[in-house]
Design a protein around this ligand. Structure first.
Ligand SMILES: N[C@@H](CCC(=O)N[C@@H](CS)C(=O)NCC(=O)O)C(=O)O
Length: 189
């Protein structure tokens, strides 16, 4: 199985982490994202969104990191991590959908302005966008915080939903910092 990726991309890290956890060997192909590496004709043929990660398994090409988590867990026959009973599956899908629709975009808004723009030479951050992103992040994070409560994992036990959320440092740090951890959030500068 091959994954086209950028080492410090959260969307890529979660895929690599799960593959490591379940013992699925991955051939990692580095993509120079900030030099247009995901937008060459060859890469756009694999993922028309022009983004990484992209997973290739033989002639099967997959984009969207949450779909990759489910695929890798299924290939490794780890039903414990990607359950198939309706209720358990819905719990996992709830969090992976939420990450894709709400949590991830709020974080990416700040990351783009504060990190990507600098790396790609795209000029100064738009502080109004940063402010909106931080507000969105705080609102989303409080949903996660309340849902987690005293639980160790979002679905009660370890599943691919945890891998989906894990690349974000404050999620990992929560157990160290305690519930106040979210309030301590400051985006990377
Ligand atoms: N929903 C996608 C998000 C992928 C994504 O946004 N990848 C970023 C790197 S973290 C990317 O390739 N950005 C390049 C761009 O938007 O031009 C997933 O989970 O795979």
């Amino acid at each position: 199985m091959k994954v086209y990726q950028l080492t410090f991309s959260p969307a890529c890290q979660k895929v690599v982490a799960l593959a490591h956890e379940v013992g699925v060997p991955l051939a990692l192909v580095a993509v120079e994202l900030f030099k247009g590496g995901a937008r060459t004709p060859a890469m756009l043929a694999k993922n028309p969104n022009g983004k990484v990660p992209i997973l290739e398994d033989g002639d099967f090409v997959l984009w969207e990191s949450a779909a990759m988590l489910a695929y890798i867990a299924a290939k490794a026959r780890r039903v414990d991590l990607a359950p198939t009973t309706p209720r358990e599956r819905a719990e996992v899908d709830r969090w992976t959908s939420w990450e894709g629709a709400h949590f991830g975009p709020a974080i990416r808004k700040v990351a783009f302005e504060r990190v990507v723009k600098k790396l790609a030479g795209l000029g100064a951050p738009d502080e109004a966008v940063v402010k909106t992103g931080i507000e969105e992040f705080a609102a989303r994070a409080s949903v996660l915080e309340q849902s987690l409560g005293a639980k160790e994992y979002v679905c009660g036990r370890l599943t691919i939903a945890d891998f989906d959320l894990a690349p974000y440092p404050r999620v990992r740090d929560r157990r160290v910092r305690g519930p106040g951890g979210w309030r301590a959030f400051q985006p990377a500068r």
